[in-house]
Design a protein around this ligand. Structure first.
Ligand SMILES: *Cc1c(COP(=O)(O)O)cnc(C)c1O
Length: 752
């Protein structure tokens, strides 16, 4: 290793120009690697230092900060789902003392501390380009769920993953943003499959002491209905981004009020509405109590709409007229809508909402009529309930969908609310979603791009032009990387399958079958997402005989791995999960189709890195964006997807070969792109013909293009065309479909 001096022991570089600080910001963390072994350390001091590291979730996307915990006890590290605090709580005193004697451990600890300290002191993209012009910018981001790491079960799916990735990119770019949410005692449910494929729903109670969440010592009294709910403000540090989570599970609250933060998307509408009062109104009050004055509030989905109502009440209580107060709120509010599915937009009776917000409305002198006009698509329709999305549309000046197509669909969907003559005139734009690459990228893949193409795939900059060079990677080296990642997934899946089978009490033969399941050399196709019905998890099984032929060819083996959770009350989604479970046992498919339990961030990471192909077959245009498919190309994976959500923007069609087995240059497109008109009926059974058509297209792609291409090997054993396609996928997709680009876009268009 080069004998470079640690950066942190050097004097800070002089800021000679703005430019140099940008360049400095882009340097990878490895620059902090020390070569001088740090002095001895006592176990008590080590514990204190490790705890400090563990309390900032920066470790969740920076391997350098995970290393000391892994070094402390590698077995515990994996057994705790890589939770630093859980490792610290469980590690034996003997193991900790022994580690302190090890130069390697001390080095890892010192490196991690230096890297975090440097990160927190770093100049940033935002600082270099925006801070002077927009020194007053302070964003408060509201969301009902945040997915930051698999050991923190405070999320259900895509919305939470996107929000977590947003916070991390804000931290990497240095965008001044704090986040507001709720802390759920039970989190979201844990999924297990019973022997008949039905879902068992488990709600564990989490011990907050093992989570990197601290108590600020500040509490608020939030008016909910006619009473007051006390909530303490917890704090979670995500790099440079602070997240404030409200917790109402306090002895001074009534049993009913304590339920407000019991679980995520749990309970009937009345509880859900009150939960949203706590999130929105309580969230604003928490910011006030902490002395934070946001210049913008970003409502990520309609759940937090009441934050804008609280803001309105504050302006009106300060003496503004209703019209002026509405304008003032609009000037400060950004709203992102996340689904074209009607059931995804909360609607509550006007009475229920006026009761839930009674004290807030009284404070601002806001009338029932004001609420009606702010929350109905057609304010004159006395039967129309309050729609949380409409509240956001009326009270935000910046409104966006999460992909280009979703922007279009949203304009048509909400035209009535705006009372304009054409959908084009609806002022809803789009900011396409992305992923936080450092969170999702496997270390092998990161090292591969660095070694082969000379760029850091995790550079903390809005765009990363290095990806363009992916096409230059050596095909043989690329195939070694793919083989390594696929083998890693096979190991991961076997362990999960065996564990689930053991729990179901299956015998040694079945356990043996799972222990040797999956072929590390076979074409591996993944499908993992929430089992919402519009995502059509069972579409692949439309014609079992035809599928059996595809997977059963011994010269060209194909295997599928599924994972996904459905909301406990979504009976249709639960039935889909069961169908997939049954298919894994179908005599014609057994050993070729697998289903993993408990789809979470770790299962997701293993699948997106190991699968050769990422399958996505929703009913168009019901997928607002989807992000799991964006996680595959940085690993050399290829998307095969309906042209829905983000895919129309990512897919590059082949010139002159339009529609030929859906084959583009960087992936496959299932089905025809229809007009994209939104049709609610399709989601509920009227789309049988569409299902048949899309399944037909999927089978044809598999038979005529996808499977043959994977097995078309040259004399060197490499699938040349396949590799060309995979490298095209890596060179065209990850640069744009990243939350670094997305957050920069929000910063420039909406926050500044
Ligand atoms: C990426 C991800 C999602 C989002 O996936 P979609 O493609 O939007 O369905 C949901 N859950 C987990 C665990 C993820 O990692």
């Amino acid at each position: 290793m080069a004998a470079k001096k640690s950066k942190s022991t050097r004097k800070p570089a002089r800021k000679s120009s703005r430019r140099s600080s940008v360049v400095r910001a882009a340097k990878p963390v490895a620059a902090h690697r020390r070569t001088v072994v740090p002095a001895p350390i006592t176990p008590d001091d080590a514990r204190t230092q490790l705890r400090e590291l563990a309390m900032n979730l920066w470790w969740s996307w920076n391997e350098v900060a995970q290393r000391p915990f892994a070094a402390l006890d590698p077995v515990l590290w994996h057994a705790t789902k890589r939770s630093p605090l859980a490792v610290l709580a469980q590690v034996s005193a003997a193991a900790l003392s022994a580690a302190c004697e090890e130069p390697g451990f001390r080095l890892a600890l010192a490196d991690a501390r230096a890297a975090l300290a440097a990160e927190l002191a770093r100049e940033t993209w935002w600082g270099a380009t925006h801070a002077k012009k927009h020194a007053h910018v302070q964003v408060a981001y509201f969301c009902s769920e945040y997915a930051t790491h698999e050991s923190i079960q405070q999320y259900s799916g895509g919305l939470g993953v996107l929000a977590g990735d947003h916070l991390k990119s804000a931290s990497d770019l240095g965008v001044p943003l704090v986040a507001v949410g709720l802390y759920y005692r039970h989190g979201y449910y844990i999924q297990q499959f019973a022997d008949d494929g039905s879902t068992k729903v488990l709600y564990p109670v989490y011990d907050r002491a093992t989570l990197p969440i601290s108590d600020t010592g500040v509490a608020i009294d939030c008016p909910v209905g006619h009473s007051t709910v006390r909530a303490r403000i917890l704090r979670m540090d995500v790099g440079r981004t602070r997240v404030y989570l409200l917790d109402a599970d306090l002895p001074e609250n009534s049993a009913e009020d304590r339920q407000l933060t019991e679980g995520l998307y749990k309970g009937e509408p009345h509880l859900r509405m009150r939960q949203q009062v706590l999130l929105g109104v309580g969230g604003m009050l928490a910011l006030r109590a902490l002395g934070i004055a946001p210049s913008k509030i970003h409502l990520n989905e309609g759940h937090a709409a009441f934050a804008a109502i609280e803001l309105l009440a504050e302006f009106r209580a300060g003496g503004m007229s209703h019209a002026d107060a509405v304008d003032a709120v609009r000037a400060r509010t950004v709203f992102t809508t996340h689904t074209p599915v009607a059931a995804g937009h909360d609607r509550y009776g006007v009475d229920m909402v006026c009761e839930g917000l009674a004290q807030t409305l009284a404070k601002g002198g806001i009338s029932r009529e004001d609420i009606e006009s702010l929350s109905r698509e057609n304010p004159a329709d006395a039967k129309e309930p309050v729609c949380m999305t409409v509240v956001c549309l009326r009270l935000a000046s910046k409104v966006n969908g999460v992909a280009k197509l979703h922007g279009e669909v949203s304009r048509a969907m909400w035209q009535k609310a705006y009372g304009v003559r054409t959908a084009k005139a609806v002022p809803i734009t789009h900011v396409t979603n992305g992923i936080h690459t450092p969170t999702w990228l496997d270390p092998h893949a990161r090292a591969f791009w660095k070694d082969e193409c000379g760029f850091d795939a995790c550079a903390p900059t809005p765009r990363n032009k290095g990806w363009k060079r992916a096409v230059d990677a050596d095909p043989a080296a690329f195939w070694v990387m793919r083989t390594t990642l696929r083998a890693g997934l096979v190991r991961f899946a076997r362990e999960r399958l065996v564990r689930a089978a053991e729990r179901r009490g299956e015998g040694p033969l079945a356990l043996d079958e799972f222990a040797n399941a999956l072929d590390p050399a076979a074409l591996t196709i993944g499908f993992a997402r929430r089992f919402a019905t519009y995502k059509r998890a069972p579409l692949l099984f439309t014609d079992i005989e035809r599928l059996a032929k595809i997977v059963g060819d011994s010269k060209r083996p194909v295997q599928f791995i599924f994972a996904g959770k459905a909301h406990p009350r979504d009976t249709g989604g639960q039935a889909y999960a069961r169908t997939v479970f049954e298919m894994t046992r179908h005599p014609a498919l057994r050993g070729k189709v697998f289903l993993l339990e408990e789809y979470d961030m770790s299962v997701g990471r293993a699948l997106v890195s190991g699968c050769d192909v990422w399958l996505n077959n929703p009913i168009r245009p019901h997928e607002a964006s989807g992000t799991s498919g964006m996680k595959s190309p940085p690993h050399g994976g290829i998307n095969c997807s309906i042209l829905d959500g983000w895919w129309p923007e990512g897919f590059v069609a082949q010139k002159g070969a339009k529609g030929r087995y859906g084959s583009g240059t960087n992936g496959w497109a299932i089905g025809e792109a229809d007009d994209g008109a939104f049709n609610e009926a399709d989601a509920h059974g009227a789309g049988a013909a569409r299902d048949t058509r899309d399944a037909e297209s999927l089978y044809t792609i598999l038979e005529k293009s996808l499977v043959p291409e994977f097995y078309d090997r040259g004399r060197d054993g490499l699938p040349k065309k396949w590799i060309t396609r995979a490298l095209a996928s890596a060179s065209t997709i990850p640069d744009f479909f990243s939350t670094h680009r997305m957050v920069a876009e929000y910063a420039e268009k909406c926050y500044a």
